[in-house]
Design a protein around this ligand. Structure first.
Ligand SMILES: Cc1cc2nc3c(=O)[nH]c(=O)nc-3n(C[C@H](O)[C@H](O)[C@H](O)COP(=O)(O)O)c2cc1C
Length: 503
């Protein structure tokens, strides 16, 4: 078996909200910068029965629920737990595990711990002691990732100096080189774009736009289901709390706008929030992007060692503004550390470059965490703080966090309210350490929806089609058939999308 082993570094990650993917990508970049052949895959993209053929595997896994594996790890984990795998099955495999968790939870980093143990029980040999990232640390999981990744590279280099780079810190700012972006953008002339697309209307067109934007995005979307199945319209938005009580809880009722879907008690509704059109305009202006241009997004062919995750081969152009609205979270999520690293390369003002390089360095990590994550600074705010930086669209598409859906428990019964679904939503708002008011993107957006304006019948919607644009706020959502397995909710693939049309 040894002679057929793969001479590469395989990096497998399992994430629920994106952190583990970010950490895994960092290890992938470090490999790439050091000239080490590496493959980066989500666990559900890898056939785990092939593990004995690998020589070196790094696992980056988070813990979710109450000590549960992320959805993308479930199949792989079930396989690894099989009784017929004996303690020699992974002999010859070198592995390392980095876990992401939160020590505020009882089952702290449970998944990384049990994976580490199981791999060792199956005969694999640990390269370094497992690393455990903790959300409770003042600078988040990166505090543990920095030293862990240095010792990983040191040990790998000792094992095989020809294959693995040494433990140097491969940061762009030190190296004066920039990685190649994982995606390339093609611009399309309006007359090249299908006429049907330009005059398309109604829900099916909306559906197509959502699917296009979300399948073209390099960011991972939950379950990788991108096409909505069903649409809904808000009919009631009622505040359940007294003014001035310090809480804002809403009762929201939606009608099914297209095919009604079935749901059960325990199901959740996932909603894709609309973004503030003014923020979208500000972002497009700040980045000097033409909102009316048509684009397609493609993986770069530079190198297939590090795979551009999740990008579909879609070749149907999409309006740039639509893509930003539906796939790029510019106004709520904080950018990752790598965003600052890449920005430092493009900064033309010396003081901005210095500050960005500091943020991207190991010494600046804690300050970056305070400035960025703790303050929940959005991409737009960060870009506004560094006006000399002009990031090319390729980098923006790759680095701006994807616009994610938010899950809400359904508070209605389908037998009492056929054709409807209700939510009870706590509107999230808080003050940052620097006394900036922040609000949850989706709950605030839902709270601000006004049912008085939503009286369109489907025919009026159809009649609107020449003016159909993403000025209509929209939400896509789907139900995950929630099956209670002990304390966790297992989500299977029966998704139903819904759209709300405000005017
Ligand atoms: C709903 C939820 C449940 C979580 N449960 C646990 C847990 O049981 N144990 C733990 O150590 N961390 C837990 N965490 C913390 C996450 O593991 C941590 O935020 C991690 O960085 C997420 O990584 P990911 O984005 O790759 O999923 C939980 C986080 C959330 C949002």
């Amino acid at each position: 078996m040894t002679e057929t082993k793969s001479k590469r570094l395989l990096i497998l990650y399992a994430t629920q909200t994106g952190n583990a993917m970010d950490a895994a990508e960092r290890i992938g970049r470090e490999a790439e910068r050091g000239g080490c052949p590496a493959s980066l895959l989500s666990m559900d993209e890898y056939d785990v029965s092939l593990l004995p053929l690998e020589e070196t595997v790094v696992f980056v896994v988070s813990t979710t629920g109450q000590g549960d594996t992320p959805d993308s790890m479930k199949v792989c984990w079930r396989f690894l737990l099989q009784r017929n795998l004996n303690r020699h099955w992974l002999e010859g495999l070198h592995y390392a595990v980095f876990g992401l968790g939160d020590s505020g939870y009882q089952k702290y980093n449970f998944v990384a711990k049990k994976l580490d143990k199981r791999l060792s029980d199956l005969g694999a040999q640990a390269i370094v002691e497992r690393g455990l990232g903790d959300d409770q640390h003042p600078s988040g999981y990166e505090a543990a990732l920095d030293p862990w990744s240095s010792s990983l590279w040191r040990m790998l280099n000792q094992m095989n100096p020809k294959l693995f780079p040494d433990g140097r810190d491969y940061v762009i700012s030190d190296k004066k080189f920039l990685d190649l972006p994982k995606v390339q953008i093609r611009y399309h002339a309006a007359d090249e774009v299908n006429l049907q697309y330009l005059v398309g209307s109604g829900l099916s067109c909306t559906e197509t736009e959502i699917e296009k934007a979300r399948s073209m995005s390099p960011g991972r979307f939950s379950g990788r289901h991108t096409r909505p199945d069903c649409f809904l319209k808000l009919v009631k938005n009622h505040c359940l709390t007294k003014a001035g009580c310090g809480k804002d809880v809403r009762h929201l009722e939606f009608n099914f706008e297209s095919t009604a879907i079935e749901y059960d008690v325990g199901d959740v509704l996932e909603i894709l929030p609309g973004q503030d059109p003014e923020a979208v305009d500000a972002f497009l202006e700040r980045c000097h992007l033409d909102p009316e241009s048509f684009i397609t997004i493609h993986p770069t062919k530079q190198d297939n060692r590090i795979i551009a995750n999740g990008i579909s081969a879609s070749i149907v152009p999409i309006k740039l503004r639509t893509f930003v609205e539906l796939a790029m979270d510019i106004s709520s999520a904080s950018p990752r550390r790598y965003f600052f690293e890449v920005m430092s390369y493009f900064a033309t003002a010396e003081h901005e470059k210095e500050r960005l390089q500091y943020f991207a360095s190991a010494e600046g990590r804690d300050d970056l965490y305070q400035y960025n994550q703790k303050e929940r600074r959005s991409v737009l705010e960060v870009l506004q703080d560094f006006p000399s930086v002009q990031l090319p669209l390729e980098w923006l598409v790759q680095l701006v966090p994807p616009l994610k859906t938010r899950a809400f428990s359904i508070s209605s019964s389908p037998s009492a309210h056929p054709n409807q679904v209700h939510l009870t939503v706590n509107v999230v708002s808080w003050m940052t350490p620097f006394k900036r008011n922040r609000a949850g993107l989706c709950s605030m957006w839902l709270a601000n929806l006004d049912q008085e304006r939503f009286t369109l019948s489907p025919t009026t919607i159809a009649a609107c089609h020449p003016h159909w644009t993403w000025n209509w706020m929209c939400s896509i959502s789907w139900f995950c058939r929630g099956k209670s397995h002990s304390k966790s909710v297992y989500m299977d693939c029966s998704y139903h999308f819904l759209l709300w049309l405000p005017k």
